[in-house]
Design a protein around this ligand. Structure first.
Ligand code: MN
Length: 242
């Protein structure tokens, strides 16, 4: 993909998101002064706050244990958030959305790692649900068009997570031409970043760092991947598509 073109479109997409606020966007609000509208908060963001998990830490007893959920959110995600804010202050960056920050050229390492960590986990919590109801017919037909079948799509997603060496993420992204693709990034990188092998707009992200599954699954990352795909909020995923 032409990176310059993608960047332009991403910024436009970000503006679009202010019309339809999501958990992701609400997490981007500044904790200073005025927050009358989500739009103001998104544009004026200088400091990011940890988003709440509305379904709680005990939502997925068969899939992700409560202790993993709590540590992951209150320690790891909080840590990325705090370090991102410190790094932004250090770099004197303000007034940008998290998407605008992550698509910048030559991101300082601390912002790349912690900004990625902040954004990636916000997306992760947002697209999980204890009451997963399967895909709408419209999403299913889009997925069948791009991947052949729902099963092939889920297999490819699980494989992307399983094959990631070390720590990282498996993603479903949308291209500028609206086509969906699956990819993976190392560490806390994501497909918004210029360093990504393949850029795109993330609509679903699965954390495959050991901290996401090790207490319950130990070395069995494949089992975690099979199970987590069963608790995806497909309507939320679809709502992130343009
Ligand atoms: Mn994580």
């Amino acid at each position: 993909m032409n990176k310059r073109k993608f960047l332009k479109n991403t910024v436009i997409a970000t503006t679009g998101m202010t019309v339809a606020p999501s958990v992701l966007l609400s997490s981007c609000k500044t904790d200073t002064k005025k927050e009358e509208t989500t739009e103001t908060a998104a544009v004026a963001a200088t400091s990011f706050t940890l988003p709440e998990i509305h379904y709680g830490y005990n939502a997925f007893p068969d899939t992700i244990d409560a202790m993993t959920m709590e540590i992951h959110h209150s320690k790891h995600h909080q840590g990325y958030t705090n370090k991102l804010n410190a790094a932004l202050k250090e770099a004197n960056i303000s007034g940008k959305t998290i998407e605008e920050i992550l698509t910048m050229d030559n991101l300082p390492t601390a912002i790349r790692n912690n900004g990625g960590g902040f954004y990636n986990h916000t997306l992760y919590w947002d697209i999980l649900t204890p009451g997963s109801e399967g895909m709408s017919e419209s999403l299913k037909s889009h997925i069948i068009k791009d991947f052949g079948s729902e099963e092939a799509f889920k297999n490819q997603l699980a494989e992307a997570g399983a094959k990631r060496f070390g720590s990282g993420w498996a993603w479903v992204c949308q291209d500028n031409d609206k086509k969906l693709h699956i990819c993976s990034t190392p560490n806390q990188d994501n497909p918004l970043m210029q360093v990504a092998e393949r850029m795109g707009t993330p609509i679903l992200g699965i954390d495959v760092w050991e901290h996401a599954y090790y207490l319950k699954y130990q070395n069995k990352r494949g089992d975690y991947l099979q199970n987590i795909i069963k608790i995806i909020n497909w309507d939320k995923v679809a709502s992130r598509m343009s």
